[in-house]
Design a protein around this ligand. Structure first.
Ligand code: SAJ
Length: 438
Protein backbone atom coordinates (compact mmCIF):
# COMPACT_ATOMS: atom_id res chain seq x y z
CA UNK A 1 0.00 0.00 0.00
CA UNK A 2 1.32 3.46 -0.88
CA UNK A 3 0.84 6.51 1.29
CA UNK A 4 -0.61 8.95 -1.21
CA UNK A 5 -4.38 9.17 -1.62
CA UNK A 6 -5.39 10.05 -5.15
CA UNK A 7 -8.66 11.60 -6.29
CA UNK A 8 -9.36 11.06 -10.02
CA UNK A 9 -11.99 13.41 -11.45
CA UNK A 10 -13.82 12.04 -14.50
CA UNK A 11 -14.18 8.27 -14.93
CA UNK A 12 -14.30 8.13 -18.72
CA UNK A 13 -12.02 6.56 -21.32
CA UNK A 14 -8.91 7.91 -19.60
CA UNK A 15 -9.93 8.50 -15.97
CA UNK A 16 -11.30 5.01 -15.35
CA UNK A 17 -8.27 3.05 -16.65
CA UNK A 18 -5.94 5.48 -14.86
CA UNK A 19 -7.82 5.25 -11.54
CA UNK A 20 -7.92 1.44 -11.79
CA UNK A 21 -4.27 1.06 -12.63
CA UNK A 22 -3.25 3.38 -9.77
CA UNK A 23 -5.43 1.35 -7.39
CA UNK A 24 -3.92 -1.93 -8.53
CA UNK A 25 -0.48 -0.39 -7.96
CA UNK A 26 -1.25 0.20 -4.31
CA UNK A 27 -2.66 3.73 -4.11
CA UNK A 28 -5.91 4.50 -2.35
CA UNK A 29 -7.96 6.00 -5.17
CA UNK A 30 -11.21 7.94 -5.08
CA UNK A 31 -12.90 8.04 -8.47
CA UNK A 32 -15.32 10.90 -8.99
CA UNK A 33 -17.98 11.20 -11.68
CA UNK A 34 -21.29 13.02 -11.90
CA UNK A 35 -23.07 10.20 -13.77
CA UNK A 36 -24.89 8.18 -11.12
CA UNK A 37 -25.65 5.25 -13.45
CA UNK A 38 -21.98 4.58 -14.18
CA UNK A 39 -21.10 4.75 -10.48
CA UNK A 40 -23.65 2.02 -9.77
CA UNK A 41 -22.12 -0.35 -12.29
CA UNK A 42 -18.57 0.53 -11.18
CA UNK A 43 -19.43 -0.31 -7.58
CA UNK A 44 -20.32 -3.78 -8.85
CA UNK A 45 -16.90 -3.92 -10.50
CA UNK A 46 -18.24 -3.45 -14.02
CA UNK A 47 -16.80 -0.93 -16.47
CA UNK A 48 -19.23 1.16 -18.51
CA UNK A 49 -16.72 1.35 -21.37
CA UNK A 50 -15.81 -1.50 -23.71
CA UNK A 51 -12.04 -1.72 -23.76
CA UNK A 52 -9.91 -4.88 -23.79
CA UNK A 53 -8.89 -5.87 -20.24
CA UNK A 54 -10.67 -2.96 -18.58
CA UNK A 55 -13.34 -4.99 -16.81
CA UNK A 56 -10.75 -7.23 -15.20
CA UNK A 57 -8.71 -4.38 -13.80
CA UNK A 58 -11.76 -2.39 -12.66
CA UNK A 59 -13.07 -5.45 -10.84
CA UNK A 60 -9.70 -6.06 -9.17
CA UNK A 61 -9.41 -2.39 -8.15
CA UNK A 62 -12.94 -2.20 -6.71
CA UNK A 63 -12.83 -5.58 -4.98
CA UNK A 64 -9.51 -4.77 -3.30
CA UNK A 65 -11.22 -1.72 -1.77
CA UNK A 66 -8.51 0.54 -3.16
CA UNK A 67 -10.79 2.11 -5.77
CA UNK A 68 -13.85 3.78 -4.32
CA UNK A 69 -16.17 5.76 -6.58
CA UNK A 70 -18.41 8.63 -5.64
CA UNK A 71 -20.22 11.68 -6.98
CA UNK A 72 -18.36 14.08 -4.72
CA UNK A 73 -14.75 15.13 -4.45
CA UNK A 74 -12.97 14.35 -1.19
CA UNK A 75 -9.69 15.23 0.48
CA UNK A 76 -6.64 13.67 -1.13
CA UNK A 77 -2.92 14.21 -1.61
CA UNK A 78 -3.12 14.18 -5.39
CA UNK A 79 -5.96 15.28 -7.68
CA UNK A 80 -5.96 14.08 -11.28
CA UNK A 81 -8.37 15.84 -13.66
CA UNK A 82 -9.43 13.61 -16.57
CA UNK A 83 -12.60 15.34 -17.77
CA UNK A 84 -13.45 15.85 -21.45
CA UNK A 85 -12.59 18.95 -23.46
CA UNK A 86 -14.90 18.90 -26.46
CA UNK A 87 -14.82 21.67 -29.00
CA UNK A 88 -17.28 24.41 -28.82
CA UNK A 89 -18.44 24.87 -32.35
CA UNK A 90 -20.40 28.03 -32.80
CA UNK A 91 -22.20 27.54 -36.09
CA UNK A 92 -24.54 30.13 -37.59
CA UNK A 93 -27.41 27.86 -36.51
CA UNK A 94 -25.90 27.57 -33.05
CA UNK A 95 -25.39 23.84 -33.19
CA UNK A 96 -22.91 21.34 -34.51
CA UNK A 97 -23.56 17.68 -35.13
CA UNK A 98 -20.77 16.60 -37.42
CA UNK A 99 -18.76 17.77 -40.39
CA UNK A 100 -20.42 20.84 -41.78
CA UNK A 101 -19.10 21.64 -45.17
CA UNK A 102 -19.68 20.16 -48.59
CA UNK A 103 -16.85 21.85 -50.44
CA UNK A 104 -14.10 22.84 -48.08
CA UNK A 105 -15.05 24.14 -44.70
CA UNK A 106 -17.03 27.24 -43.87
CA UNK A 107 -15.69 27.20 -40.32
CA UNK A 108 -13.36 30.12 -40.79
CA UNK A 109 -15.86 32.31 -42.55
CA UNK A 110 -19.03 31.59 -40.66
CA UNK A 111 -18.15 29.80 -37.49
CA UNK A 112 -15.23 28.73 -35.36
CA UNK A 113 -14.21 25.80 -33.26
CA UNK A 114 -12.66 26.50 -29.90
CA UNK A 115 -12.07 24.39 -26.81
CA UNK A 116 -14.95 24.03 -24.39
CA UNK A 117 -13.09 24.19 -21.10
CA UNK A 118 -16.17 24.23 -18.90
CA UNK A 119 -15.61 20.68 -17.60
CA UNK A 120 -11.98 21.43 -16.72
CA UNK A 121 -13.05 24.65 -15.01
CA UNK A 122 -15.80 22.90 -13.03
CA UNK A 123 -13.40 20.14 -11.98
CA UNK A 124 -10.81 22.68 -10.82
CA UNK A 125 -13.49 24.66 -8.95
CA UNK A 126 -14.72 21.49 -7.28
CA UNK A 127 -11.36 20.77 -5.61
CA UNK A 128 -10.59 24.31 -4.38
CA UNK A 129 -12.12 23.87 -0.93
CA UNK A 130 -10.37 20.48 -0.47
CA UNK A 131 -6.87 21.72 -1.26
CA UNK A 132 -4.25 21.59 1.50
CA UNK A 133 -0.56 22.56 1.51
CA UNK A 134 1.46 19.80 -0.12
CA UNK A 135 -1.24 18.75 -2.58
CA UNK A 136 -0.43 17.97 -6.20
CA UNK A 137 -2.93 18.74 -8.97
CA UNK A 138 -2.47 17.00 -12.33
CA UNK A 139 -4.37 17.91 -15.49
CA UNK A 140 -4.61 14.99 -17.94
CA UNK A 141 -7.39 16.49 -20.07
CA UNK A 142 -6.22 17.77 -23.44
CA UNK A 143 -6.22 21.57 -23.32
CA UNK A 144 -5.07 24.52 -25.48
CA UNK A 145 -1.61 25.91 -24.72
CA UNK A 146 -1.39 27.97 -21.52
CA UNK A 147 -4.67 26.66 -20.07
CA UNK A 148 -2.93 25.60 -16.87
CA UNK A 149 -1.38 29.04 -16.48
CA UNK A 150 -4.35 31.17 -17.54
CA UNK A 151 -7.37 29.12 -16.44
CA UNK A 152 -6.46 26.43 -13.91
CA UNK A 153 -3.97 28.34 -11.74
CA UNK A 154 -6.29 31.33 -11.12
CA UNK A 155 -9.07 28.92 -10.07
CA UNK A 156 -6.82 26.98 -7.68
CA UNK A 157 -5.47 30.27 -6.31
CA UNK A 158 -8.93 30.83 -4.78
CA UNK A 159 -7.79 28.36 -2.11
CA UNK A 160 -5.50 31.19 -0.86
CA UNK A 161 -2.60 28.72 -0.92
CA UNK A 162 0.71 29.69 -2.53
CA UNK A 163 1.10 28.50 -6.13
CA UNK A 164 3.79 27.37 -6.64
CA UNK A 165 4.91 26.71 -3.12
CA UNK A 166 2.04 25.20 -1.19
CA UNK A 167 0.55 23.41 -4.19
CA UNK A 168 2.23 21.64 -7.09
CA UNK A 169 0.56 21.57 -10.52
CA UNK A 170 1.45 19.51 -13.60
CA UNK A 171 0.01 18.74 -17.01
CA UNK A 172 0.45 15.07 -18.00
CA UNK A 173 -1.44 14.57 -21.24
CA UNK A 174 -2.79 11.10 -21.88
CA UNK A 175 -1.46 9.45 -25.04
CA UNK A 176 -3.27 6.12 -25.18
CA UNK A 177 -5.00 4.65 -28.20
CA UNK A 178 -8.62 3.58 -27.68
CA UNK A 179 -8.74 -0.17 -28.25
CA UNK A 180 -5.27 -0.59 -26.72
CA UNK A 181 -5.55 1.69 -23.68
CA UNK A 182 -4.32 -0.59 -20.92
CA UNK A 183 -1.25 -1.69 -22.80
CA UNK A 184 -0.33 1.85 -23.89
CA UNK A 185 -1.01 3.32 -20.44
CA UNK A 186 1.84 1.19 -19.13
CA UNK A 187 4.19 1.05 -22.09
CA UNK A 188 4.02 4.52 -23.71
CA UNK A 189 6.51 7.25 -22.88
CA UNK A 190 5.00 10.06 -20.86
CA UNK A 191 5.40 13.85 -21.02
CA UNK A 192 5.08 15.80 -17.78
CA UNK A 193 4.94 19.59 -17.76
CA UNK A 194 5.13 21.19 -14.33
CA UNK A 195 4.72 24.74 -13.09
CA UNK A 196 8.05 24.18 -11.31
CA UNK A 197 10.58 21.39 -10.90
CA UNK A 198 8.96 20.20 -7.65
CA UNK A 199 5.66 19.72 -9.53
CA UNK A 200 7.46 17.77 -12.28
CA UNK A 201 9.22 15.49 -9.80
CA UNK A 202 6.11 14.77 -7.77
CA UNK A 203 4.02 13.95 -10.85
CA UNK A 204 6.88 11.81 -12.16
CA UNK A 205 6.75 9.76 -8.95
CA UNK A 206 3.07 9.01 -9.47
CA UNK A 207 3.43 7.94 -13.12
CA UNK A 208 6.68 6.05 -12.52
CA UNK A 209 4.70 3.71 -10.24
CA UNK A 210 3.03 2.07 -13.26
CA UNK A 211 4.73 3.36 -16.44
CA UNK A 212 7.37 1.25 -18.12
CA UNK A 213 8.02 3.90 -20.80
CA UNK A 214 10.38 6.87 -20.37
CA UNK A 215 9.12 9.95 -18.55
CA UNK A 216 10.19 13.33 -19.92
CA UNK A 217 9.92 16.52 -17.88
CA UNK A 218 9.20 19.95 -19.30
CA UNK A 219 7.07 23.04 -18.60
CA UNK A 220 3.26 23.16 -18.77
CA UNK A 221 2.77 25.10 -22.02
CA UNK A 222 5.23 22.82 -23.82
CA UNK A 223 3.44 19.69 -22.56
CA UNK A 224 0.07 21.14 -23.56
CA UNK A 225 1.37 21.91 -27.06
CA UNK A 226 3.10 18.53 -27.49
CA UNK A 227 -0.19 16.69 -27.03
CA UNK A 228 -1.93 18.83 -29.65
CA UNK A 229 0.97 18.56 -32.06
CA UNK A 230 0.87 14.74 -31.82
CA UNK A 231 -2.76 14.61 -32.86
CA UNK A 232 -2.36 17.33 -35.50
CA UNK A 233 0.53 15.29 -36.96
CA UNK A 234 -1.80 12.34 -37.40
CA UNK A 235 -4.62 14.52 -38.73
CA UNK A 236 -2.37 16.14 -41.35
CA UNK A 237 -1.14 12.71 -42.44
CA UNK A 238 -4.66 11.30 -42.71
CA UNK A 239 -5.65 14.40 -44.72
CA UNK A 240 -2.75 13.62 -47.06
CA UNK A 241 -4.06 10.05 -47.47
CA UNK A 242 -7.57 11.36 -48.10
CA UNK A 243 -6.22 13.77 -50.70
CA UNK A 244 -4.30 10.93 -52.41
CA UNK A 245 -7.58 9.00 -52.52
CA UNK A 246 -9.34 11.94 -54.24
CA UNK A 247 -6.45 12.32 -56.71
CA UNK A 248 -6.47 8.59 -57.51
CA UNK A 249 -10.21 8.55 -58.01
CA UNK A 250 -9.85 11.43 -60.46
CA UNK A 251 -7.14 9.54 -62.35
CA UNK A 252 -9.16 6.31 -62.20
CA UNK A 253 -6.80 4.13 -60.16
CA UNK A 254 -6.94 2.41 -56.77
CA UNK A 255 -5.65 4.67 -53.99
CA UNK A 256 -5.03 1.83 -51.53
CA UNK A 257 -2.82 0.06 -54.07
CA UNK A 258 -0.90 3.30 -54.68
CA UNK A 259 -0.38 3.84 -50.95
CA UNK A 260 0.51 0.22 -50.24
CA UNK A 261 3.22 0.19 -52.88
CA UNK A 262 4.46 3.75 -52.16
CA UNK A 263 4.94 2.59 -48.57
CA UNK A 264 7.47 0.04 -49.82
CA UNK A 265 9.87 3.01 -50.05
CA UNK A 266 12.00 3.01 -46.87
CA UNK A 267 11.17 6.61 -45.97
CA UNK A 268 7.51 6.78 -46.99
CA UNK A 269 4.74 5.88 -44.52
CA UNK A 270 1.40 7.14 -45.78
CA UNK A 271 -1.65 6.56 -43.59
CA UNK A 272 -4.98 5.22 -44.84
CA UNK A 273 -7.85 7.12 -46.47
CA UNK A 274 -11.29 6.61 -44.96
CA UNK A 275 -14.75 8.16 -44.73
CA UNK A 276 -13.44 10.96 -42.49
CA UNK A 277 -11.74 11.41 -39.14
CA UNK A 278 -13.66 10.85 -35.94
CA UNK A 279 -13.14 10.36 -32.24
CA UNK A 280 -12.84 12.82 -29.42
CA UNK A 281 -9.16 13.53 -30.11
CA UNK A 282 -7.90 13.89 -33.66
CA UNK A 283 -11.08 15.48 -34.99
CA UNK A 284 -10.96 18.02 -32.16
CA UNK A 285 -7.47 18.74 -30.83
CA UNK A 286 -5.95 20.34 -33.95
CA UNK A 287 -8.54 23.11 -33.57
CA UNK A 288 -6.97 24.00 -30.22
CA UNK A 289 -3.67 24.66 -32.00
CA UNK A 290 -5.51 26.76 -34.57
CA UNK A 291 -7.17 28.60 -31.70
CA UNK A 292 -3.75 29.34 -30.14
CA UNK A 293 -2.10 30.55 -33.36
CA UNK A 294 -4.75 31.14 -36.04
CA UNK A 295 -2.48 32.87 -38.54
CA UNK A 296 0.32 30.34 -38.20
CA UNK A 297 -1.63 27.04 -38.12
CA UNK A 298 -2.42 27.06 -41.85
CA UNK A 299 -1.62 23.44 -42.69
CA UNK A 300 -3.35 22.26 -39.51
CA UNK A 301 -6.55 24.06 -40.50
CA UNK A 302 -6.37 22.84 -44.10
CA UNK A 303 -5.99 19.24 -42.90
CA UNK A 304 -9.04 19.64 -40.66
CA UNK A 305 -10.97 21.06 -43.61
CA UNK A 306 -10.00 18.16 -45.87
CA UNK A 307 -10.90 15.55 -43.24
CA UNK A 308 -14.08 17.31 -42.14
CA UNK A 309 -15.37 17.55 -45.68
CA UNK A 310 -14.61 13.91 -46.51
CA UNK A 311 -17.99 12.56 -45.31
CA UNK A 312 -19.68 14.76 -47.90
CA UNK A 313 -17.69 13.10 -50.69
CA UNK A 314 -18.78 9.74 -49.26
CA UNK A 315 -22.41 10.88 -49.18
CA UNK A 316 -22.19 12.00 -52.82
CA UNK A 317 -20.79 8.62 -53.89
CA UNK A 318 -23.43 6.66 -52.00
CA UNK A 319 -26.18 8.86 -53.44
CA UNK A 320 -24.91 8.14 -56.96
CA UNK A 321 -24.84 4.40 -56.31
CA UNK A 322 -28.33 4.42 -54.85
CA UNK A 323 -29.64 6.23 -57.93
CA UNK A 324 -27.88 3.69 -60.18
CA UNK A 325 -29.37 0.84 -58.14
CA UNK A 326 -32.84 2.32 -58.56
CA UNK A 327 -32.31 2.64 -62.31
CA UNK A 328 -31.07 -0.95 -62.50
CA UNK A 329 -34.18 -2.18 -60.78
CA UNK A 330 -36.75 -0.42 -62.99
CA UNK A 331 -36.21 -2.48 -66.18
CA UNK A 332 -36.37 -5.60 -64.03
CA UNK A 333 -40.01 -4.83 -63.26
CA UNK A 334 -39.58 -3.56 -59.70
CA UNK A 335 -40.57 0.01 -60.54
CA UNK A 336 -43.16 -0.03 -57.80
CA UNK A 337 -40.41 -0.30 -55.21
CA UNK A 338 -39.49 3.33 -54.78
CA UNK A 339 -36.94 3.15 -52.01
CA UNK A 340 -33.46 1.78 -52.40
CA UNK A 341 -32.06 -0.08 -49.43
CA UNK A 342 -28.74 1.18 -48.08
CA UNK A 343 -26.76 -0.87 -45.59
CA UNK A 344 -24.17 1.15 -43.65
CA UNK A 345 -21.53 -1.11 -42.19
CA UNK A 346 -20.17 0.55 -39.06
CA UNK A 347 -21.05 3.80 -37.34
CA UNK A 348 -18.41 3.92 -34.59
CA UNK A 349 -15.53 6.34 -35.17
CA UNK A 350 -13.09 3.51 -35.91
CA UNK A 351 -12.79 -0.27 -35.97
CA UNK A 352 -13.54 -2.50 -32.97
CA UNK A 353 -14.45 0.25 -30.49
CA UNK A 354 -17.89 1.23 -29.17
CA UNK A 355 -17.22 4.98 -29.33
CA UNK A 356 -19.40 7.06 -31.68
CA UNK A 357 -18.11 10.52 -30.78
CA UNK A 358 -17.49 12.73 -33.84
CA UNK A 359 -17.99 9.62 -35.95
CA UNK A 360 -18.07 10.26 -39.71
CA UNK A 361 -19.89 6.93 -40.21
CA UNK A 362 -22.69 8.00 -37.89
CA UNK A 363 -22.91 11.38 -39.61
CA UNK A 364 -23.19 9.67 -43.02
CA UNK A 365 -25.81 7.18 -41.81
CA UNK A 366 -27.88 9.93 -40.21
CA UNK A 367 -27.80 11.84 -43.48
CA UNK A 368 -29.51 8.94 -45.28
CA UNK A 369 -31.97 8.47 -42.43
CA UNK A 370 -33.51 11.75 -43.56
CA UNK A 371 -33.77 10.76 -47.24
CA UNK A 372 -37.31 9.73 -48.20
CA UNK A 373 -36.26 7.47 -51.09
CA UNK A 374 -33.74 5.52 -49.02
CA UNK A 375 -34.41 2.67 -46.65
CA UNK A 376 -31.48 2.88 -44.28
CA UNK A 377 -30.12 -0.15 -42.42
CA UNK A 378 -27.19 -0.07 -40.03
CA UNK A 379 -25.12 -3.08 -38.97
CA UNK A 380 -22.62 -2.49 -36.21
CA UNK A 381 -21.82 -5.14 -33.61
CA UNK A 382 -19.86 -2.64 -31.50
CA UNK A 383 -21.95 0.55 -31.52
CA UNK A 384 -24.28 1.29 -28.62
CA UNK A 385 -27.81 0.55 -29.80
CA UNK A 386 -30.29 3.40 -29.88
CA UNK A 387 -33.95 3.40 -30.84
CA UNK A 388 -33.70 6.22 -33.34
CA UNK A 389 -31.34 4.27 -35.59
CA UNK A 390 -32.43 1.32 -37.78
CA UNK A 391 -30.02 -1.39 -36.64
CA UNK A 392 -30.28 -4.72 -38.44
CA UNK A 393 -28.58 -8.04 -38.19
CA UNK A 394 -25.60 -8.23 -40.58
CA UNK A 395 -26.88 -11.25 -42.54
CA UNK A 396 -30.34 -9.75 -42.90
CA UNK A 397 -28.92 -6.42 -44.08
CA UNK A 398 -26.63 -8.04 -46.62
CA UNK A 399 -29.57 -9.91 -48.13
CA UNK A 400 -31.82 -6.89 -48.38
CA UNK A 401 -29.40 -4.13 -49.40
CA UNK A 402 -29.27 -2.54 -52.84
CA UNK A 403 -26.06 -0.74 -51.87
CA UNK A 404 -23.60 -1.43 -49.07
CA UNK A 405 -21.29 1.25 -47.68
CA UNK A 406 -18.37 -0.12 -45.68
CA UNK A 407 -17.57 2.76 -43.31
CA UNK A 408 -15.70 1.01 -40.50
CA UNK A 409 -13.55 -2.11 -40.84
CA UNK A 410 -14.78 -3.95 -37.74
CA UNK A 411 -13.29 -7.45 -37.54
CA UNK A 412 -16.76 -9.01 -38.02
CA UNK A 413 -17.12 -7.31 -41.42
CA UNK A 414 -13.78 -8.62 -42.61
CA UNK A 415 -14.95 -12.18 -41.93
CA UNK A 416 -17.83 -11.93 -44.43
CA UNK A 417 -17.40 -13.91 -47.63
CA UNK A 418 -17.24 -10.83 -49.84
CA UNK A 419 -15.98 -12.77 -52.84
CA UNK A 420 -19.21 -14.75 -52.90
CA UNK A 421 -21.38 -11.67 -52.38
CA UNK A 422 -19.62 -9.69 -55.09
CA UNK A 423 -19.82 -12.61 -57.54
CA UNK A 424 -23.58 -12.77 -56.92
CA UNK A 425 -24.43 -9.08 -56.83
CA UNK A 426 -21.60 -7.39 -58.74
CA UNK A 427 -18.89 -4.89 -57.83
CA UNK A 428 -21.14 -1.81 -57.81
CA UNK A 429 -23.10 -3.29 -54.94
CA UNK A 430 -20.47 -2.45 -52.36
CA UNK A 431 -18.71 0.85 -51.72
CA UNK A 432 -15.58 0.18 -49.70
CA UNK A 433 -14.51 3.44 -48.02
CA UNK A 434 -11.86 1.71 -45.92
CA UNK A 435 -10.01 -0.18 -48.64
CA UNK A 436 -10.65 -3.30 -46.59
CA UNK A 437 -11.87 -5.65 -49.31
CA UNK A 438 -8.96 -6.64 -51.48
N1 SAJ B 1 -7.97 7.19 -39.40
C1 SAJ B 1 -7.91 7.21 -40.78
N2 SAJ B 1 -6.78 6.75 -41.39
C2 SAJ B 1 -5.71 6.27 -40.68
C3 SAJ B 1 -5.78 6.27 -39.28
C4 SAJ B 1 -6.91 6.72 -38.65
O1 SAJ B 1 -8.84 7.63 -41.47
O2 SAJ B 1 -4.74 5.86 -41.32
C5 SAJ B 1 -9.16 7.69 -38.72
C6 SAJ B 1 -9.84 6.63 -37.83
O3 SAJ B 1 -10.72 5.83 -38.58
C7 SAJ B 1 -10.55 7.51 -36.82
C8 SAJ B 1 -9.59 8.69 -36.65
O4 SAJ B 1 -8.77 8.69 -37.80
O5 SAJ B 1 -11.77 8.00 -37.33
C9 SAJ B 1 -8.73 8.65 -35.41
O6 SAJ B 1 -8.27 7.33 -35.15
P1 SAJ B 1 -6.82 6.98 -34.59
O7 SAJ B 1 -6.77 5.53 -34.36
O8 SAJ B 1 -5.77 7.55 -35.47
O9 SAJ B 1 -6.69 7.80 -33.23
P2 SAJ B 1 -7.60 7.93 -31.91
O10 SAJ B 1 -8.42 9.16 -32.04
O11 SAJ B 1 -8.31 6.66 -31.60
O12 SAJ B 1 -6.47 8.19 -30.81
C10 SAJ B 1 -5.57 9.30 -30.98
C11 SAJ B 1 -4.14 8.79 -30.77
N3 SAJ B 1 -3.19 9.81 -31.22
C12 SAJ B 1 -2.18 9.54 -32.05
O13 SAJ B 1 -2.00 8.47 -32.53
C13 SAJ B 1 -1.26 10.67 -32.36
C14 SAJ B 1 -3.94 8.42 -29.31
O14 SAJ B 1 -2.60 8.05 -29.08
C15 SAJ B 1 -4.30 9.62 -28.42
O15 SAJ B 1 -4.16 9.32 -27.06
C16 SAJ B 1 -5.75 9.95 -28.67
O16 SAJ B 1 -5.88 10.31 -30.05
C17 SAJ B 1 -6.14 11.10 -27.75
O17 SAJ B 1 -6.77 10.82 -26.73
O18 SAJ B 1 -5.75 12.23 -28.02
Amino acid sequence: MRDERICVLGLGYIGLPTASILATHGFKVFGVDKRKEILESLRCGKAHIKEPGLNTIVKAAVQSGRLVVNEKVCRADVFIICVPTPHNHVSPAGQFTGPLSREGSPFNRRGKKTADLSFVQQAAESIVSYLRPGNLVIIESTVPPKTVENIVMPILAKSKLRIPGDISIAHCPERVLPGNILHELVSNDRIIGGIDIESCRRAENIYASFTRGEIYLTDCATAETIKLVENAFRDVNIAFANEIEAICEHIGINAWEVIRLANRHPRVKILQPGPGVGGHCIAVDPWFLAQAAPAQARLVKTARTINDSKPWRVIAKITKSLAAARRRRVPLGAAGKKKSALLCLGITYKANVDDIRESPGLFIARHFLKRKNVELMIADPHAPKSDDLPFVDLEQGLKKADVIALLVNHREFLQVNWKKIISEKGHDFILDFKGALK
